[in-house]
Design a protein around this ligand. Structure first.
Ligand SMILES: [Zn+2]
Length: 296
């Protein structure tokens, strides 16, 4: 089914990660710059991150699992205790914009500055410079890959162009892409917010998990990569989070390799350097100018 799956460590059946985007109320202030602060009801839902993150870190500790948390750097400044809890649990803290800005809406200089500033802030709060970036709302401009390479990021996780890792080649060097898909995002399954204009009919946790586990089954069957893109204020609710332990245990029994994304990226980089596996390489940007009708 997959044309070129990489060899995973110790013959693992697939690589897997449950990643959390700790957006908190950054997304509300970005969407409503003038009156986000007055929407306290919506803030309360998003600030539930402060309740859910310690619970998630505790679950991962019980499972002996280290994973990756993407944090807009404004959230790290505003809620340093949340980031400290994540870092103290041994987890990777990776970057996710400053106030969750959408990459293609930014002037290039501004985008570059936010990528650099986010690394500086996370290094200060988490004690370690981030190695990874996830474009907020999966946005990624024609300049993003080059800026990430320039600023020393090793990988990005948020494009959707393959089932296995691939390489983004830029003027400033290469970075590894660890691709995702909306199928493993908890937002379409469970999010419901009038303030952010997203309505999902309320459904049982099992219905969402059916989708996630179908994706994981396929990754296990074909040697792929499974990355859950979840949010503490969505998937950290007790009814949903209590299903995660079983999902991880069943996948581990079947040979899944769970690791922080920086370790998966380092594995891919090592394979490439040693010549044991050749990933697909995409030169970015795909188009240097607006695409017009060539016959017109
Ligand atoms: Zn986000």
């Amino acid at each position: 089914m997959l044309s070129n799956p990489p060899p995973w460590p110790d013959g693992a059946a697939c690589a897997a990660a449950v990643t959390f985007d700790v957006d908190s109320d950054s997304i509300l202030h970005l969407e409503h710059p003038d009156d986000g602060h007055r929407r306290v009801g919506a803030q309360s839902w998003l600030r539930y991150d402060q309740v859910a993150v310690p619970r998630i870190v505790e679950l991962f500790a019980r499972l002996g699992l280290r994973q990756t948390f993407f944090v807009p750097s404004w959230c790290a400044e505003r809620y340093p205790g949340v980031v400290e809890t994540i870092a103290a649990g041994g987890h990777e803290v990776a970057a996710h914009g400053y106030l969750h800005e959408l990459a293609h809406t930014l002037e290039p200089e501004r985008e570059h500055e936010l990528i650099r500033r986010s690394a500086d802030i996370l290094e200060r709060v988490a004690g370690r410079r981030p190695r990874g970036w996830r474009g907020p709302l999966y946005t990624f401009s024609d300049r993003t890959a080059g800026f990430l390479a320039e600023e020393g990021y090793a990988y990005h996780s948020g494009l959707m162009g393959d089932d296995v890792p691939y390489v983004l080649s830029t003027f400033a060097g290469d970075i590894v892409e660890l691709p995702v898909d909306w199928a493993n995002d908890d937002w379409p399954q469970f999010a419901n917010t009038m303030d952010l204009d997203w309505r999902t009919p309320t459904r049982a946790p099992e219905r969402g998990y059916e989708v996630f586990e179908a994706e994981l089954d396929a990754a296990l069957a074909y040697g792929g990569l499974w990355i859950a893109v979840w949010h503490p204020f969505v998937s950290g609710r007790p009814s949903r989070l209590r299903r995660l332990e079983g999902l991880i245990e069943r996948a581990r029994d079947r040979g899944a390799w769970f690791a922080p994304l920086e370790e998966i990226a380092a594995h891919v980089d090592g394979l490439r350097r040693s010549g044991r596996w050749s990933p697909r390489v995409d030169r970015l940007p795909y188009d240097g100018a607006p695409v017009r009708d060539p016959h017109g």
